[in-house]
Design a protein around this ligand. Sequence first.
Ligand code: ADP
Ligand code: X2W
Length: 292
Amino acid sequence: MTNPIPPHEKASILAEALPYIRRFAGCTLVIKYGGNAMTEPHLKEGFAKDIVLLKLVGINPVIVHGGGPQINEMLEKVGKVGEFVQGMRVTDAETMNIVEMVLGGHVNKEIVSLLNQHGGKAIGMTGRDSHFIRAKKLTVDTPEQKGVDIGQVGEIDSMDCTLINQLTQNGYIPVIAPIGVGENGEAFNINADLVAGRLAQELNAEKLVLMTNITGVMDKQGNLLTNLSPSKINALVEDGTLSGGMLPKISSALEAAQNGVKAVHIIDGRVPNVLLLEIFTDSGIGTMILGE
Ligand SMILES: Nc1ncnc2c1ncn2[C@@H]1O[C@H](COP(=O)(O)OP(=O)(O)O)[C@@H](O)[C@H]1O
Ligand SMILES: CC(=O)N[C@@H](CCC(=O)OP(=O)(O)O)C(=O)O
């Protein structure tokens, strides 16, 4: 059994939060909740409580969620296998329907419901709601081929954050599924890290926090890299240290850091209350991405 924390230590931990609460009160934080970090019920519950606490102390959290593993599970049920190119899901018409059903339906509503159960006022939406994320078809460059067509995968064309701002100002917590709308009203599947990074820029967020299922960005030997500069990131991409889902994550993190978002962090969503540790304590956690 672990020893209980003595009362004076508990008090000093709570007191440590005060300067951070003062600093971030009234600020917007964009939090990306990755599908891999939302597998355990107790972690989902803890995440919801942490977000409600942020809102209650005057911070404006805006959540963008993923759901890659949850989409894979549903694809398997209909006999399809998830396929990825450079961390992006190959999305044919049938897959797009499943993506929209899983992200816009089950995953989004589960998070919304948990937040509301814990006293938050959460509202779920996708980028098709009020057409707030306009997207166009994305093609991907691989080391072998440029411009690979991966179906209904979108890149963000523009974002209209009027509705999000109105919601946060009125006490709501927006919970956003990463689906965009094309010129003809069609749906596009967008990587959730890209939506979170762009949203953080558009909202002038104080922080972008990407919650995933790993301690942070690792070097080839598996050591945690606590700080990453643009040149270091380029080197890690070029020598193949970063792969799969880490590729869109790091490029989104870097773009946000270079476009006005003051702090960008990749942290381990498997650690209970990791958000509170990141935001309210002096201890550095995960990987911080620097803009220059
Ligand atoms: N150098 C690296 N450091 C850390 N993770 C890496 C690295 N290269 C690839 N990855 C992979 O990226 C994954 C995180 O991306 P992803 O699976 O898309 O997570 P999420 O669902 O949270 O967005 C890690 O679990 C790991 O498998
Ligand atoms: C184009 C693309 O890859 N879209 C992602 C959207 C969900 C996502 O990003 O989920 P995670 O954050 O859990 O990985 C997908 O279909 O899996």
